[in-house]
Design a protein around this ligand. Structure first.
Ligand code: Q0N
Length: 287
């Protein structure tokens, strides 16, 4: 890393540094959170898997929308990117009914103003993917908002552009994932605006931290689905009777190894690239 980089912000599992006025460095750690708590035990290479997957998707979707990626670091866990003016909304798309979407549907029959058919069960596939923006909470949970509330934050033209691109990106990535045995149930994208006023895809893209990945061979609507990546961690935490408040439990080595294997498996399935090849030469995901 550059010696002059100044620390900009810390996320739960990622650090951001400013390289200069125009460029940021995103560094993905191996930290893992479950039930919204970061655990004391790391999953080796998790940050590299997420960085490699994002780089892969940025390259694959560059003809749909420009993105912030400038270069991948030789360490495999850092991304040099263009500094943008970020939109103040999270661009979420849902193809299946889970999480807060399932909760809102149960309460109102709607998700972010989309009226859904009656009688859907948890984890059902939706008739078509829906754009369900959310506010960016600085603390606590993001709040789902409808079109009018999002338009008030970004303007109508930006909203329509972000919605169209988010749906198109989801269609592209979810089709590829499904062919490789992974259901991309929903995902969160973030966009920024560059100096020329163009909308640019930023943050991370189609990673297990920004999306729900479900193993397709276990898909069974009518209840919560197992998580492709975190299920061993959740099951272990549930077995302890932990109250899901800070601090979380240390993970035993078999849970760590099994979980690392799931992340690497997701990487290899989605990219068609061996993870060892990525470690040797991160640019291999850029095609
Ligand atoms: C940026 N974040 C993290 C909480 C999560 N290319 C960029 N240019 C300027 N800023 C950012 C990026 C990127 N990526 C990304 N923070 C700053 C995501 N945050 C966004 C705010 O809400």
């Amino acid at each position: 890393m550059s010696e002059s980089a100044t620390h900009v912000s810390s996320g739960k599992v990622r650090e951001i540094y400013a390289l200069d006025d125009d460029r940021l460095l995103l560094v993905a750690s191996d930290r893992i959170s479950t039930f919204d708590v970061v655990l004391p035990t790391e999953i080796p290479d998790k940050g590299r898997v997420l960085t490699g997957l994002s780089g892969f998707w940025f390259a694959q979707t560059a003809s749909i929308v420009p993105n912030h990626l400038l270069a991948l670091g030789a360490d495999g866990r850092s991304t040099e990117c263009r500094r943008l003016e970020m939109l103040p909304i999270e661009c979420v798309v849902r193809g299946y009914l889970a999480g807060s979407g399932w909760k809102d549907y149960g309460t109102t029959g709607e998700v972010c103003g989309h009226r859904l058919p009656p009688g859907l069960v948890e984890s059902d596939r939706l008739p078509e993917p829906i754009f369900t923006p959310a506010t960016k909470a600085q603390t606590g949970h993001d709040e789902n908002i409808d079109r009018a509330a999002a338009v008030a934050l970004v303007g109508e033209e930006r909203y329509d552009q972000a919605e169209r691109l988010t749906l198109e990106l989801y269609r592209f990535a979810s089709e590829r994932a499904r062919e490789r045995g992974i259901i991309l149930a929903d995902t969160k994208l973030e966009f920024g605006v560059d100096r020329e006023g163009r909308l640019v895809l930023a943050d991370e893209a189609f990673t297990p931290d920004s999306s729900r990945f479900w193993p397709a061979d276990a898909y069974e609507p009518g209840g919560a689905q197992p998580s492709f990546d975190k299920q061993f961690v959740r099951d272990y935490c549930e077995s302890l009777g932990w109250d899901k408040t800070y601090p979380g439990p240390e993970l035993p080595v078999d849970v760590v190894d099994g979980t690392r294997g799931r992340y690497v498996d997701a990487f290899e399935r989605l990219t068609g690239i061996e993870f060892a090849d990525y470690l040797a030469r991160p640019d291999v995901v850029l095609g």
